[in-house]
Design a protein around this ligand. Structure first.
Ligand SMILES: Cc1cc2nc3c(=O)[nH]c(=O)nc-3n(C[C@H](O)[C@H](O)[C@H](O)COP(=O)(O)O)c2cc1C
Length: 358
């Protein structure tokens, strides 16, 4: 059967369908459980959570499902050398963004407080709570961490945006490689070349990786229905990872406005922008991102740009100034139909079966 693959065997799931984890509180235990209980692999993006919050989230997931699930972290979670930016950097960003804060009727925030990486503490919790799967983006954990995962029986999955990244993940002994295409919603999780130079589409990337690596490959980006799953499997994927279509479901952590946007005409135009977090990510193109394209050298580094923009996001949301807000979305959004994760899962399985039987 089409749904029995190396990935389903490794992960202990019924269908080779992974729900893409979402960072920034857009994941939810309810979404993870709905996908797991429907035979897929639910995932929770935990990179903004404290160790204690990860423990609590894990507890909630375990109350809702006894199936395997995936917890996800960012290996590199800061681009701020020494944790701080200079006054001059802050001043440049302040001047550039001032008109947008004026438009939202709020003052430009003060220079963001320094940021220190949280990955080391977060990964210790992952090793303690032992989810069946630990997936990660923006790098490869150290050999010692990967060895501890192996000993604890935790399956590891790392994202690659280029063939070189996939080869590096394979050489490190990672169990699954997520081929993350340029179409995908969310950040572009490159870690060898800059994200702007790592913009291969899912189906080319998948084939390049399939040709050169033996590790099972998961196709991620631009897949939202049975036709996409059948195509990915035909091109050599062992599973798919679907983000935007699950983000649009009511179980996700996205606001109702965000979910409505994904089904609106606005979702026809997405853009890769650094304006909202400091790292390149795809969302529905707001005026702010279009106007500031080409001025990236004046933005703050990740994650301080995100801290800097948080009050603008809140004020613009309250005043419904959607042109100032980045609604994360992949290019596939105009094809979305489902608003419930269980129904989406069922339809993905039925559509793929029908496609493959043809
Ligand atoms: C809002 C949003 C946040 C995301 N955050 C993460 C994350 O923290 N970690 C991760 O591995 N992938 C993250 N992703 C990528 C998804 O897990 C998935 O690979 C991707 O959405 C698949 O492409 P699609 O959106 O075209 O379906 C995110 C995607 C979105 C849309």
């Amino acid at each position: 059967m089409w749904y029995q693959t190396k990935a389903t065997e490794l992960l202990g799931i019924d269908y080779p369908i992974m729900q893409g984890p979402f960072g920034g509180n857009l994941s939810s235990p309810q979404l993870v459980a709905a996908v797991c209980n429907s035979g897929g692999m639910g995932g929770y993006g935990a990179y903004t959570l404290s160790p204690q919050e990860i423990i609590e989230t894990n507890r909630q997931i375990r109350m809702l499902t006894d199936k395997p699930y995936n917890l996800n972290l960012w290996v590199s979670d800061t681009d701020v050398p020494k944790g701080e930016i200079s006054d001059e950097q802050y001043e440049q960003a302040r001047m550039l963004f001032q008109p947008y804060f004026d438009e939202a009727g709020i003052p430009v925030p003060a220079k963001p407080a320094p940021f220190q990486s949280r990955f080391e503490d977060q990964v210790q919790v992952i090793l303690d709570i032992k989810p069946q799967v630990f997936s990660f983006v923006f790098g490869i954990p150290s050999a010692a961490i990967l060895e501890q995962c192996r000993k604890a029986g935790i399956i590891t999955a790392g994202a690659a945006t280029t063939l070189d990244e996939a080869l590096a993940l394979e050489n490190a002994g990672v169990d699954l490689i997520i081929a993350s295409g340029f179409e995908a919603g969310g950040h572009r999780p490159s870690f060898l070349a800059p994200a702007e130079q790592s913009t291969t589409g899912t189906f080319v990337l998948l084939q390049l990786i399939r040709e050169k690596v033996r590790t099972p490959v998961v196709a991620a980006g631009g897949i939202a229905n049975g036709r996409g799953i059948a195509a990915a499997l035909t091109l050599g994927a062992d599973a798919v990872q679907i983000g935007t279509a699950f983000l649009a479901c009511e179980e996700s952590g996205a606001t109702e406005t965000h979910r409505r946007m994904l089904f609106s005409d606005k979702a026809k135009q997405t853009i890769l922008s650094k304006a909202f977090t400091g790292r390149l990510g795809r969302g529905i193109a707001p005026r702010l991102a279009l106007e500031l394209a080409g001025k990236e050298n004046l933005f703050l580094p990740f994650p301080l740009q995100s801290t800097f923009m948080s009050s603008l996001r809140k004020a613009a949301f309250e005043k419904q100034q959607w042109d100032l807000i980045f609604f994360w979305s992949g290019q596939i959004a105009p094809l979305l139909h489902h608003t419930k994760a269980t129904e989406l899962m069922q339809s993905l399985v039925e559509e793929t079966t029908a496609r493959i039987q043809r």
